[in-house]
Design a protein around this ligand. Structure first.
Ligand code: FO1
Length: 335
């Protein structure tokens, strides 16, 4: 079926997204010819990974989506800029200034400097994100889950002292490679955080709400924890479709298994679907896409009253991600 031209067939999609996996899916959804419908996409990005580093505010998931869709992403890293240098990082390390473990790129630093200056001038994170997107033109409406600070911190037993302490998610993720058992994820500031302007409306007014294959705990889970978020998803008239971030009982990238074990969810496609829950049972999902290597769990997922299909879920390139996105649209809109 060719692209339908008339405007009224534009599908309004709202997607919750974390970092690398979510951004790669969104690039397929918005830039691949495999998607045969006109789509108008709003992305609600996780800001729980955000961190103050060397005096600048870094927003990993906002920047990963912006750079990936805007053509500036480092493809091999999945984060930060293509053709990046790390001279400022090396100079800071030469002064012995911590954190030396954070990969602060020179090109990336310009984004953080503009964001920090704007935030200090009183602009909101939503306003700053919109201004940064003027340059990158990601082709989507990118909004943070909240304009309030709501950082993910991780409770661990300190590797040197054994003391039970909370460290920033980025230190756990980067410095320790998520190898230290996480006893708990805490969102600092959650109790006073509000959804950013437009977030609830984007969910309620969507034709389709998507949960891309991002980390279900520290990315999607963090967004869902914002007051009002899950109620909006349960109340929207749009179908809600998720794509499994776990393929063949393992995370495709990242360390989602380390996060899932912390909340006692097994690392498999059906367990994550159960974790999100069926909409008919007070949960979030109408539909769940899994990889064909996990097809033997389709029955288990259908028993949860979630309509499931098994398709190729590996995003090896833009068109592979586009084919996944097109299957999601077909299932949710034509079912
Ligand atoms: N991930 C790493 O594994 N090592 C890094 O040094 C690193 C630096 C970094 C800088 C800016 C940015 O936007 C992302 C960065 N990431 C790095 C990725 C980031 O830690 C994760 O992608 C997200 O926080 C989780 O999705």
């Amino acid at each position: 079926m060719g692209r339908r031209s008339c405007k009224d067939s534009v599908v309004k999609i709202t997607a919750l997204a974390g970092g690398i996996g979510g951004a790669r899916f969104l690039r397929g959804l918005t830039q691949s010819k495999k998607v045969t419908r006109e789509v108008d996409v709003t992305v609600i990005a996780n800001t729980g990974d955000d961190i103050w580093v060397h005096g600048v505010r870094v927003c990993p998931d906002l920047d990963t989506v912006m750079y990936t869709l805007g053509g500036g992403i480092s493809v091999e890293r999945g984060w930060g800029r293509e053709g990046e240098t790390f001279t400022a990082k090396e100079e800071l390390a030469a002064y012995g200034v911590d954190p030396t473990w954070f990969g602060l790129g020179d090109k990336d630093l310009a984004t953080h400097l503009i964001r920090t200056t704007s935030l200090n001038a009183g602009y909101t994170l939503s306003e700053v994100t919109s201004a940064l997107c003027d340059r990158w033109q990601p082709g989507i409406n990118l909004i943070p889950m909240s304009d309030n600070r709501c950082e993910t911190h991780v409770v661990i037993d300190h590797p040197d002292t054994g003391a039970r302490v909370a460290i920033h998610f980025q230190e756990w993720w980067i410095r320790y490679g998520a190898k230290l058992p996480a006893h708990e994820f805490i969102q600092v500031g959650l109790d006073t955080a509000q959804p950013a302007p437009g977030v609830i409306e984007a969910i309620l007014n969507a034709d389709l709400v998507l949960l891309p294959p991002s980390n279900p705990v520290v990315s999607i889970g963090t967004i869902l924890a914002i007051p009002g978020m899950t109620e909006a998803i349960r109340n929207t008239s749009a179908p809600v479709l998720g794509l499994s971030p776990i393929v063949n009982n393992a995370p495709v990238r990242g360390m989602a298994d380390a996060c899932l074990s912390t909340i006692n969810v097994q690392t498999n496609a059906a367990a994550v679907a159960r974790h999100y829950g069926s909409r008919s049972d007070g949960g979030l999902l109408d539909y769940w896409l899994i990889d064909h290597t996990d097809a033997d769990s389709l029955g288990e997922i259908e028993d949860l009253e979630i309509t499931a299909r098994a398709i190729p879920l590996l995003m090896t390139d833009v068109d592979a991600a586009g084919a996944m996105a097109n299957s999601a649209l077909d299932l949710a809109l034509e079912h």
